[in-house]
Design a protein around this ligand. Structure first.
Ligand code: SF4
Length: 278
C-alpha cells in the first residue's frame, strides 16, 4: 500500500513561501509523488536541508526533517546516516547552498560514496538572499551582484559530482516532471551517493534580471536551444526576448552516469550493509 502526495504535506505549514511561477513547487510536487509511490508514510525517511528557497521546502513534507545551516546539509546528513543507517536520508539543497558555501562537503560526500541521495535545485542564483551571483550563474547573466553581466565561467554541477566520485549522477528539469520522476526513482534505488541536479527557475531574480519572462516562459526555455527559442517566439507572444536569451543553454537530462562500487556504509559493515572490500 502507498499513499498520496497530498497526504505527505504538512498542511499546517501552508501557505508556502515560494514566489508565483517559481519552479521549486513543481520539483517539490514531483518529489512528493515519487515518495508517495514508495512509502505508506515517511517515518523512516529523513529530509535534510541547508538554507535557501529550495531548502525551505523540507518543512512542508511530513518526514523527519532537519533544516540546518548554510551549506552544511551534507554534513548533518552524513552524521545522521552513520548513526541511523536504516533511514533513507535525502538531502535537499540549492546551487548556492550546495555548490558555493557547501561545495567542499559535496565533493567529499561524493568521494566517500556515502549512501545518501542529494537533490540539488539549480536556479543559477542565490534566490532567498536577494539574487546574487552563484557558482552556477552562466557568463553574461545579470544578477544583483553582476549588474554588468557575469564574467566568470559556471560550474556544471553534474560533471563536478561525477568527477568527485558520485556513483550515480542524473539531471532533470522542472519543465519535464515526468522525466524527473524517473531519475529520482533511480536515484532512490541506488546504493551509494546519488546526485540529481534539477534545473528550476527563479522568476523573481534570475528571470526578471535577465528579461526571461514569467514562470511559464522560463520553463519553456529550459529545453530549447537559443536557435529554437528564437524560431518559436512567434508561438509564445508573452516572451520578451531581451539581453538574457543567450544565458540559457540546453543540457542533457536523465541518468548521466551510474556504477556499483561499494557504498561507504558497506566498507564499514554497518547494520543493513553487507561488508565489502573497497
Ligand atoms: S526568490 Fe526565486 S527561487 Fe526563491 S521562491 Fe522566489 S522565485 Fe523561487
Amino acid at each position: 500500500m502507498t499513499t498520496t502526495a497530498k497526504a505527505l504535506l504538512r498542511r499546517e505549514m501552508m501557505p508556502h513561501i515560494l514566489c508565483p511561477g517559481c519552479g521549486h513547487g513543481i520539483v517539490m510536487n514531483t518529489m512528493l509523488r515519487v515518495l508517495a509511490r514508495r512509502y505508506d508514510n515517511l517515518n523512516n525517511v529523513a529530509l535534510v536541508a541547508g538554507i535557501g528557497c529550495s531548502s525551505r521546502i523540507v518543512g512542508y513534507i511530513d518526514a523527519n526533517t532537519l533544516h540546518t545551516t548554510h551549506g552544511r546539509a551534507l554534513t548533518f546528513a552524513s552524521g545522521l546516516k552513520l548513526a541511523r543507517p536504516e533511514l533513507k536520508v535525502i538531502v535537499v539543497t540549492g546551487d548556492g547552498d550546495g555548490l558555493g558555501i557547501g561545495g567542499n562537503h559535496l565533493i567529499h560526500a561524493a568521494r566517500r560514496n556515502i549512501d545518501l541521495t542529494c537533490i540539488l535545485f539549480n536556479n543559477e542564483t542565490y534566490g532567498m538572499t536577494g539574487g546574487q551571483l552563484a557558482p552556477t550563474t552562466v557568463r553574461e547573466a545579470f544578477t544583483t551582484t553582476s549588474p554588468a553581466g557575469n564574467t566568470e565561467p559556471h560550474f556544471d554541477a553534474a560533471a563536478l559530482a561525477t568527477a568527485a566520485g558520485a556513483s550515480f549522477v542524473g539531471r532533470g528539469q522542472a519543465f519535464r516532471p515526468d522525466a524527473l520522476e524517473e531519475v529520482l526513482e533511480r536515484a532512490l534505488d541506488h546504493r551509494g551517493f546519488s546526485f540529481v541536479e534539477v534545473m528550476t527557475d527563479c522568476t523573481e531574480y534570475f528571470g526578471r534580471k535577465n528579461s526571461l519572462g514569467g514562470g511559464s516562459d522560463l520553463l519553456f526555455t529550459q529545453s530549447r536551444s537559443d536557435e529554437e527559442v528564437s524560431r518559436d517566439l512567434s508561438e509564445w507572444p508573452s516572451l520578451r526576448p531581451g539581453e538574457g536569451w543567450q544565458v540559457r543553454e540546453t543540457q542533457p537530462i536523465g541518468v548521466l552516469s551510474e556504477d556499483s562500487r561499494p557504498a561507504f556504509e558497506e566498507s564499514l559493515g554497518l547494520p543493513g550493509y553487507k561488508r565489502k572490500e573497497t
